[in-house]
Ligand binder design. Sequence first.
Ligand SMILES: Cc1cc2nc3c(=O)[nH]c(=O)nc-3n(C[C@H](O)[C@H](O)[C@H](O)COP(=O)(O)O)c2cc1C
Length: 221
Amino acid sequence: MFAPGFPEKKNRKEHTVTTLENLTEHLVLERSAQDLLFREARTANAFTDEPVTDEQVQAIYDLVKWAPTSFNQQPLRVKLIRSEGARARLVEHMWDNNKQKTASAPLVAVLAADDDFHENLPTQFPFFPEAKDAFFGDPTVRAESATLNTALQVAYFILGVRAAGLAAGPMSGFDAEKVAAEFFPGGKHRALVVVNIGRPGENAWWGRLPRLEYDEVFSTE
Ligand SMILES: Cc1cc2nc3c(=O)[nH]c(=O)nc-3n(C[C@H](O)[C@H](O)[C@H](O)COP(=O)(O)O)c2cc1C
């Protein structure tokens, strides 16, 4: 499938990304945990054959489920791709530059937004069950909210994968409509991100890319 203008790996140069050591003392999370989750964690493009177990995935969810969503709406739905047939159906819809890694990762997860998340609000937001219709009766409002909150949950999931000592390779380069139709039939889900999961293999990543500086991101009024 068409991947718009992706450069070859060899064209990607190494950048220096630094940590401002004088600031780490302001964080309470242990240094090793900071590194595991952020500084040393990378987006893996190649993996070893070591399997990722259901228990590991359950442990990841059991951690990241505590992270917040608006109205506690929790719209994330996940399809774990374990069978060869499902893997082949998924790879077919990935952009070309993503096919190989999706074909070879020990585990692949399709992360989708459930546009009918509001059905769960009476149990998940029990002190205000009317929110289901009062706030989320309109499908357009619901979809916008599901997109935002699923994206948050995708991020929590990636950090959960890292907390399990595994590497995540998130990808949005795929035919989202076809992936949703394959793995979430019924038309109520949108596939947002596919995540390869496993231990990083040989040449798992390219050089670190730069990061914006604080002053480029933050301003104060
Ligand atoms: C939501 C999302 C979608 C991404 N989609 C792709 C993709 O389709 N293909 C790809 O090769 N990398 C993809 N990436 C990887 C990013 O380019 C990578 O995470 C980023 O450059 C940081 O790399 P690092 O973790 O190694 O520092 C995606 C990352 C995220 C978070």
